[in-house]
Design a protein around this ligand. Structure first.
Ligand code: FE2
Length: 272
């Protein structure tokens, strides 16, 4: 069986199964619903108690989906849920294995909500084949697709196997100008609690959700903060979420001259 590194090297993607606790996902979905209810109330309307989909659709009649996604993403970030996700043992150990312990994630991410009434030509929400590299993600980073609310029949994302080896695919109007005649498309088989990992060059697209409930996922970029930026990631915000022994020592010592002022006070010294 291939290791996760071999899988990404060969196919351009991998899935880390059962790496996020279901209780945490439950808490996150509950919190999303509470936030939707709060915004609905503020607009003078009555929210629908525990129905995430109905609350979302109700709010979508007043505020555009882009704004809702932005507000909910900010909410999850401020409530520290994204940090909690990255602290999940299995997810974190796989990411450390792939890119090292000095982990940071892009904090100005945007949650992706997909629902039945979207049209196939609603390109912003139903994306055609694209590489994250096109929108500034560097080759040094990994793109995660983390389902938060995903049920059977909702669909996921579709990728072109090994397309990362094609390099930068020329594009116009947010889609490839041309593709090779032969390639293999794979619909990601993934469920709640698992995470898909893609390279910045792996071509992928949205599969429209025809389920009655909304599909909620977090497309989020993760990178080792020491790796040189090979895209536009310096224009985004990244939050450091894990440190190596080396970084921890730098923090403990407190400055780049490595003076041990925080832990050692040589007021008295003894001769040796
Ligand atoms: Fe994407």
């Amino acid at each position: 069986m291939k290791t996760i590194t071999e899988k990404i090297n060969d196919d351009g993607y991998a899935i880390i199964n059962n790496c996020i606790n279901k209780k945490l996902l439950g808490k996150i979905n509950k919190s999303i619903n509470e936030k939707l209810k709060e915004i609905i109330k503020k607009s003078g309307q009555k929210p629908i108690s525990n129905n995430l989909t109905k609350n979302f659709l109700k709010l979508k009649k007043q505020i555009n989906q882009y704004e809702i996604q932005k507000m909910l993403s900010k909410h999850l970030f401020e409530k520290n849920f994204i940090d909690e996700i990255f602290k999940q043992d299995k997810l974190q150990s796989n990411l450390i294995h792939l890119i090292g312990p000095d982990l940071s994630y892009m904090s100005d991410f945007e949650m992706a909500i997909n629902e039945k009434s979207l049209k196939n030509d609603d390109y912003y929400f139903v994306k055609k084949y694209h590489q994250e590299f096109w929108s500034g993600m560097g080759l040094e980073a990994l793109q995660l697709w983390i389902p938060l609310n995903l049920k059977k029949g909702m669909g996921t994302i579709e990728i072109i196997k090994s397309s990362h080896k094609w390099g930068h695919v020329p594009n116009r109007n947010r889609e490839p100008i041309e593709l090779p005649t032969n390639y293999k498309e794979i619909k990601l088989s993934i469920s709640n609690g698992s995470v898909a990992v893609l390279s910045a060059l792996t071509l992928h697209r949205t599969i429209k959700n025809n389920h009655n409930e909304i599909r909620v996922a977090l497309p989020i970029t993760v990178k080792n903060f020491y790796y040189p930026n090979m895209g536009n990631s310096d224009l985004n915000h990244f939050k450091k979420v894990n440190f190596s022994v080396f970084s921890n020592l730098r923090k403990v010592l407190g400055n780049p001259n490595l003076t041990p002022y925080r832990i050692f006070h040589p007021t008295k010294t003894k001769k040796i």
